[in-house]
Write a new protein. Structure first.
Length: 319
Protein backbone atom coordinates (compact mmCIF):
# COMPACT_ATOMS: atom_id res chain seq x y z
CA UNK A 1 0.00 0.00 0.00
CA UNK A 2 1.52 3.35 -1.05
CA UNK A 3 1.47 6.41 1.22
CA UNK A 4 -1.45 8.12 -0.58
CA UNK A 5 -3.64 5.04 -0.36
CA UNK A 6 -2.76 4.64 3.29
CA UNK A 7 -3.67 8.28 4.03
CA UNK A 8 -7.01 7.93 2.25
CA UNK A 9 -7.73 4.75 4.18
CA UNK A 10 -6.86 6.45 7.47
CA UNK A 11 -9.10 9.42 6.65
CA UNK A 12 -11.99 7.08 5.79
CA UNK A 13 -11.52 5.15 9.02
CA UNK A 14 -11.43 8.38 11.02
CA UNK A 15 -14.63 9.63 9.35
CA UNK A 16 -16.35 6.30 9.95
CA UNK A 17 -15.32 6.36 13.60
CA UNK A 18 -16.61 9.93 13.95
CA UNK A 19 -19.94 8.90 12.45
CA UNK A 20 -20.26 5.97 14.85
CA UNK A 21 -19.86 8.36 17.79
CA UNK A 22 -22.07 11.07 16.26
CA UNK A 23 -23.85 12.88 17.81
CA UNK A 24 -21.80 13.29 20.96
CA UNK A 25 -23.01 16.81 21.76
CA UNK A 26 -26.04 19.07 21.05
CA UNK A 27 -27.01 19.79 17.44
CA UNK A 28 -28.10 23.20 16.17
CA UNK A 29 -30.54 23.63 13.28
CA UNK A 30 -30.53 27.11 11.71
CA UNK A 31 -33.96 28.24 10.49
CA UNK A 32 -33.70 31.37 8.36
CA UNK A 33 -37.23 32.61 9.10
CA UNK A 34 -39.26 33.63 12.13
CA UNK A 35 -40.82 31.30 14.72
CA UNK A 36 -44.12 29.99 13.41
CA UNK A 37 -43.06 30.08 9.76
CA UNK A 38 -43.24 26.90 7.66
CA UNK A 39 -39.46 26.59 7.84
CA UNK A 40 -39.47 26.93 11.61
CA UNK A 41 -42.32 24.43 12.08
CA UNK A 42 -40.60 21.77 9.98
CA UNK A 43 -37.25 22.42 11.71
CA UNK A 44 -38.89 21.86 15.10
CA UNK A 45 -40.55 18.63 13.98
CA UNK A 46 -37.16 17.33 12.84
CA UNK A 47 -35.41 18.58 15.99
CA UNK A 48 -37.92 16.86 18.27
CA UNK A 49 -37.55 13.55 16.44
CA UNK A 50 -33.74 13.63 16.35
CA UNK A 51 -33.67 14.38 20.06
CA UNK A 52 -35.93 11.40 20.76
CA UNK A 53 -34.11 8.98 18.45
CA UNK A 54 -30.55 9.93 19.36
CA UNK A 55 -31.05 11.02 22.97
CA UNK A 56 -29.27 14.28 22.25
CA UNK A 57 -30.36 17.89 22.60
CA UNK A 58 -31.31 19.63 19.34
CA UNK A 59 -31.82 23.40 19.28
CA UNK A 60 -33.60 25.37 16.56
CA UNK A 61 -31.81 28.68 16.05
CA UNK A 62 -34.05 31.22 14.27
CA UNK A 63 -31.96 33.66 12.24
CA UNK A 64 -34.34 35.70 10.07
CA UNK A 65 -33.14 38.55 7.90
CA UNK A 66 -32.36 39.58 4.32
CA UNK A 67 -34.69 37.00 2.80
CA UNK A 68 -32.85 34.11 4.41
CA UNK A 69 -29.34 35.31 3.57
CA UNK A 70 -28.32 35.92 7.20
CA UNK A 71 -29.08 32.41 8.46
CA UNK A 72 -27.78 30.71 5.33
CA UNK A 73 -24.48 32.57 5.62
CA UNK A 74 -24.13 31.40 9.23
CA UNK A 75 -24.76 27.82 8.16
CA UNK A 76 -22.22 28.02 5.36
CA UNK A 77 -19.51 29.19 7.77
CA UNK A 78 -20.21 26.57 10.46
CA UNK A 79 -17.77 23.77 11.25
CA UNK A 80 -18.28 20.75 8.94
CA UNK A 81 -18.81 18.29 11.76
CA UNK A 82 -22.56 17.64 11.61
CA UNK A 83 -23.37 19.74 14.68
CA UNK A 84 -24.75 22.72 12.75
CA UNK A 85 -27.42 22.01 10.15
CA UNK A 86 -29.29 24.54 8.00
CA UNK A 87 -32.79 24.42 6.59
CA UNK A 88 -32.42 24.25 2.81
CA UNK A 89 -35.42 26.33 1.74
CA UNK A 90 -36.43 27.04 -1.87
CA UNK A 91 -36.26 30.80 -1.34
CA UNK A 92 -32.86 30.80 0.37
CA UNK A 93 -31.27 27.96 -1.61
CA UNK A 94 -33.17 28.12 -4.92
CA UNK A 95 -33.92 31.81 -5.56
CA UNK A 96 -31.34 33.75 -3.54
CA UNK A 97 -28.28 32.51 -5.46
CA UNK A 98 -29.49 34.69 -8.36
CA UNK A 99 -31.45 37.34 -6.44
CA UNK A 100 -28.48 38.04 -4.12
CA UNK A 101 -25.46 37.40 -6.39
CA UNK A 102 -22.89 39.00 -4.08
CA UNK A 103 -23.25 36.93 -0.91
CA UNK A 104 -20.12 35.60 0.77
CA UNK A 105 -21.28 32.01 0.24
CA UNK A 106 -22.36 29.75 -2.61
CA UNK A 107 -25.00 27.17 -1.70
CA UNK A 108 -23.68 24.59 -4.19
CA UNK A 109 -20.09 25.02 -3.06
CA UNK A 110 -20.57 25.56 0.66
CA UNK A 111 -23.34 23.08 1.54
CA UNK A 112 -23.82 19.33 1.40
CA UNK A 113 -27.52 18.52 0.78
CA UNK A 114 -28.93 15.92 3.19
CA UNK A 115 -32.57 15.45 2.17
CA UNK A 116 -35.59 17.26 0.81
CA UNK A 117 -38.27 17.08 3.49
CA UNK A 118 -41.42 18.61 2.04
CA UNK A 119 -43.01 20.41 -0.91
CA UNK A 120 -45.40 23.36 -0.91
CA UNK A 121 -46.92 23.92 -4.38
CA UNK A 122 -48.06 27.33 -5.53
CA UNK A 123 -51.79 27.94 -6.05
CA UNK A 124 -53.41 30.62 -8.19
CA UNK A 125 -56.21 32.29 -6.21
CA UNK A 126 -58.75 35.06 -6.63
CA UNK A 127 -61.73 36.65 -4.88
CA UNK A 128 -64.71 34.26 -5.10
CA UNK A 129 -67.00 37.20 -5.95
CA UNK A 130 -64.68 38.36 -8.73
CA UNK A 131 -64.87 37.88 -12.48
CA UNK A 132 -62.32 35.06 -12.72
CA UNK A 133 -63.79 31.58 -12.57
CA UNK A 134 -60.86 29.85 -14.27
CA UNK A 135 -57.28 30.33 -15.41
CA UNK A 136 -58.68 31.02 -18.88
CA UNK A 137 -60.78 33.90 -17.51
CA UNK A 138 -57.69 35.48 -15.95
CA UNK A 139 -55.62 35.16 -19.12
CA UNK A 140 -58.45 36.49 -21.30
CA UNK A 141 -58.86 39.56 -19.07
CA UNK A 142 -55.12 40.21 -19.10
CA UNK A 143 -55.00 40.01 -22.89
CA UNK A 144 -58.09 42.19 -23.31
CA UNK A 145 -56.56 44.88 -21.09
CA UNK A 146 -52.75 44.64 -21.34
CA UNK A 147 -50.88 45.97 -18.29
CA UNK A 148 -54.13 46.84 -16.51
CA UNK A 149 -54.65 43.71 -14.41
CA UNK A 150 -52.78 43.70 -11.10
CA UNK A 151 -51.40 40.74 -9.19
CA UNK A 152 -50.25 40.55 -5.59
CA UNK A 153 -47.16 38.78 -4.27
CA UNK A 154 -45.29 38.23 -1.02
CA UNK A 155 -42.52 40.59 -2.12
CA UNK A 156 -40.02 41.18 -4.90
CA UNK A 157 -38.18 37.98 -5.76
CA UNK A 158 -40.45 35.78 -3.63
CA UNK A 159 -41.63 32.40 -4.89
CA UNK A 160 -45.08 33.96 -5.18
CA UNK A 161 -43.78 36.76 -7.38
CA UNK A 162 -41.56 34.60 -9.59
CA UNK A 163 -44.24 31.97 -10.13
CA UNK A 164 -46.49 34.65 -11.61
CA UNK A 165 -43.61 35.95 -13.70
CA UNK A 166 -43.10 32.45 -15.13
CA UNK A 167 -46.82 32.17 -15.81
CA UNK A 168 -46.89 35.64 -17.38
CA UNK A 169 -44.22 34.48 -19.83
CA UNK A 170 -45.98 31.16 -20.50
CA UNK A 171 -49.32 32.87 -21.15
CA UNK A 172 -47.77 35.84 -22.99
CA UNK A 173 -49.62 38.45 -20.94
CA UNK A 174 -48.75 41.86 -19.49
CA UNK A 175 -49.79 42.39 -15.85
CA UNK A 176 -48.76 44.67 -12.99
CA UNK A 177 -46.91 43.50 -9.88
CA UNK A 178 -48.03 44.78 -6.46
CA UNK A 179 -45.71 43.37 -3.75
CA UNK A 180 -46.69 42.93 -0.10
CA UNK A 181 -44.81 41.87 3.01
CA UNK A 182 -46.45 38.50 3.54
CA UNK A 183 -49.43 36.25 2.94
CA UNK A 184 -51.72 37.90 5.49
CA UNK A 185 -51.34 41.36 3.95
CA UNK A 186 -51.66 40.10 0.37
CA UNK A 187 -54.64 37.85 1.13
CA UNK A 188 -56.47 40.79 2.70
CA UNK A 189 -56.22 42.60 -0.63
CA UNK A 190 -57.45 39.59 -2.61
CA UNK A 191 -60.29 38.81 -0.20
CA UNK A 192 -61.28 42.49 -0.14
CA UNK A 193 -61.32 42.65 -3.93
CA UNK A 194 -58.69 45.39 -4.22
CA UNK A 195 -56.37 43.11 -6.22
CA UNK A 196 -57.81 40.28 -8.32
CA UNK A 197 -55.24 37.51 -8.33
CA UNK A 198 -52.01 36.06 -6.93
CA UNK A 199 -49.97 32.90 -6.53
CA UNK A 200 -49.22 31.67 -3.01
CA UNK A 201 -48.20 28.38 -1.40
CA UNK A 202 -50.90 25.85 -0.62
CA UNK A 203 -50.34 25.88 3.19
CA UNK A 204 -51.27 29.58 3.18
CA UNK A 205 -54.17 29.41 0.72
CA UNK A 206 -55.79 26.09 1.67
CA UNK A 207 -57.71 27.34 4.75
CA UNK A 208 -59.14 30.29 2.80
CA UNK A 209 -60.10 28.12 -0.18
CA UNK A 210 -61.79 25.61 2.13
CA UNK A 211 -63.69 28.40 3.92
CA UNK A 212 -64.75 30.04 0.66
CA UNK A 213 -62.85 33.29 1.26
CA UNK A 214 -60.62 32.57 -1.75
CA UNK A 215 -61.34 30.78 -4.99
CA UNK A 216 -58.64 28.48 -6.32
CA UNK A 217 -58.12 28.78 -10.07
CA UNK A 218 -55.26 26.32 -10.50
CA UNK A 219 -52.30 24.64 -8.85
CA UNK A 220 -48.76 24.71 -10.23
CA UNK A 221 -48.06 20.97 -10.07
CA UNK A 222 -48.06 18.31 -12.77
CA UNK A 223 -50.68 16.26 -10.92
CA UNK A 224 -53.61 17.44 -8.84
CA UNK A 225 -52.99 17.87 -5.13
CA UNK A 226 -54.33 15.46 -2.52
CA UNK A 227 -55.28 18.53 -0.47
CA UNK A 228 -57.37 20.13 -3.24
CA UNK A 229 -58.22 17.30 -5.64
CA UNK A 230 -60.97 19.34 -7.28
CA UNK A 231 -58.53 22.11 -8.26
CA UNK A 232 -57.19 21.69 -11.81
CA UNK A 233 -53.49 22.05 -12.53
CA UNK A 234 -52.14 24.97 -14.53
CA UNK A 235 -51.07 22.38 -17.10
CA UNK A 236 -54.69 21.28 -17.49
CA UNK A 237 -55.52 24.89 -18.39
CA UNK A 238 -53.25 24.57 -21.42
CA UNK A 239 -49.78 25.36 -20.05
CA UNK A 240 -48.02 22.03 -20.36
CA UNK A 241 -45.35 21.16 -17.77
CA UNK A 242 -45.94 24.36 -15.79
CA UNK A 243 -44.68 23.65 -12.29
CA UNK A 244 -43.74 25.91 -9.39
CA UNK A 245 -43.19 24.25 -6.04
CA UNK A 246 -41.64 25.54 -2.87
CA UNK A 247 -39.52 23.10 -0.87
CA UNK A 248 -37.90 22.76 2.52
CA UNK A 249 -34.98 20.43 3.04
CA UNK A 250 -31.95 20.28 5.26
CA UNK A 251 -28.22 20.60 4.59
CA UNK A 252 -24.86 20.56 6.35
CA UNK A 253 -21.69 22.51 5.66
CA UNK A 254 -19.61 21.22 2.76
CA UNK A 255 -16.78 18.85 3.77
CA UNK A 256 -18.91 17.27 6.49
CA UNK A 257 -17.74 13.62 6.49
CA UNK A 258 -19.82 11.42 4.20
CA UNK A 259 -20.60 8.84 6.90
CA UNK A 260 -22.16 11.59 9.04
CA UNK A 261 -24.16 12.87 6.06
CA UNK A 262 -25.34 9.33 5.36
CA UNK A 263 -26.38 8.91 8.99
CA UNK A 264 -28.28 12.20 8.88
CA UNK A 265 -29.97 11.27 5.61
CA UNK A 266 -31.13 7.92 7.00
CA UNK A 267 -32.55 9.73 10.03
CA UNK A 268 -34.39 12.30 7.88
CA UNK A 269 -35.94 9.60 5.69
CA UNK A 270 -37.00 7.70 8.82
CA UNK A 271 -38.53 10.82 10.38
CA UNK A 272 -40.41 11.93 7.29
CA UNK A 273 -41.98 8.48 6.89
CA UNK A 274 -43.22 8.12 10.47
CA UNK A 275 -47.04 8.08 10.61
CA UNK A 276 -47.34 10.88 13.16
CA UNK A 277 -45.02 13.13 11.14
CA UNK A 278 -46.96 12.43 7.96
CA UNK A 279 -50.13 13.35 9.83
CA UNK A 280 -48.63 16.60 11.07
CA UNK A 281 -47.33 17.49 7.61
CA UNK A 282 -50.72 16.72 6.05
CA UNK A 283 -52.35 19.10 8.55
CA UNK A 284 -49.93 21.78 7.31
CA UNK A 285 -50.55 20.87 3.62
CA UNK A 286 -46.94 19.77 3.13
CA UNK A 287 -46.23 16.95 0.69
CA UNK A 288 -43.51 14.80 2.33
CA UNK A 289 -40.43 13.79 0.33
CA UNK A 290 -37.48 12.23 2.21
CA UNK A 291 -35.14 11.57 -0.72
CA UNK A 292 -31.47 10.57 -1.01
CA UNK A 293 -28.55 12.97 -0.81
CA UNK A 294 -27.88 12.58 -4.54
CA UNK A 295 -31.52 13.14 -5.45
CA UNK A 296 -31.74 16.30 -3.36
CA UNK A 297 -28.47 17.58 -4.81
CA UNK A 298 -29.73 17.11 -8.39
CA UNK A 299 -33.10 18.65 -7.51
CA UNK A 300 -31.47 21.71 -5.93
CA UNK A 301 -29.30 22.31 -9.00
CA UNK A 302 -32.31 22.12 -11.32
CA UNK A 303 -34.32 24.46 -9.09
CA UNK A 304 -31.50 27.02 -8.89
CA UNK A 305 -31.40 27.05 -12.69
CA UNK A 306 -35.20 27.37 -13.01
CA UNK A 307 -35.67 30.11 -10.43
CA UNK A 308 -32.51 31.86 -11.56
CA UNK A 309 -33.95 32.19 -15.05
CA UNK A 310 -37.18 33.58 -13.59
CA UNK A 311 -35.23 36.18 -11.59
CA UNK A 312 -33.22 37.27 -14.63
CA UNK A 313 -36.17 37.29 -17.04
CA UNK A 314 -38.34 39.32 -14.66
CA UNK A 315 -35.59 41.71 -13.60
CA UNK A 316 -36.56 41.09 -9.97
CA UNK A 317 -34.50 42.91 -7.37
CA UNK A 318 -34.31 42.18 -3.65
CA UNK A 319 -36.28 44.60 -1.48
Amino acid sequence: MDLRTALVACAFCAATAAASEYPAKPIRIIAQFTPGSSTDILARIVAQKIAQDWNQQVVVDNRPGAGGVLGTEMGAKASPDGYTLTMAVSSAFGINPTLYPNTSYNVLRDFAPISNLGLTPQTLVTNPAGAFKSVKDFVTAAKDKPAQVNFASLGNGSTSHLTMEMFRAAADIKINHVPFKGSAEAHTQIIGGQIPVMFDAIPATLPHIKSGRLRGLGIATLQRSQFLPELPTIAEAGYANFEAVGWIGIAAPAKTPAPILDKLNAEMVKIINEPDVKERLAALAFTPVGDTRAQFDAFMKSEIAKWGKAVKDSGAKAD
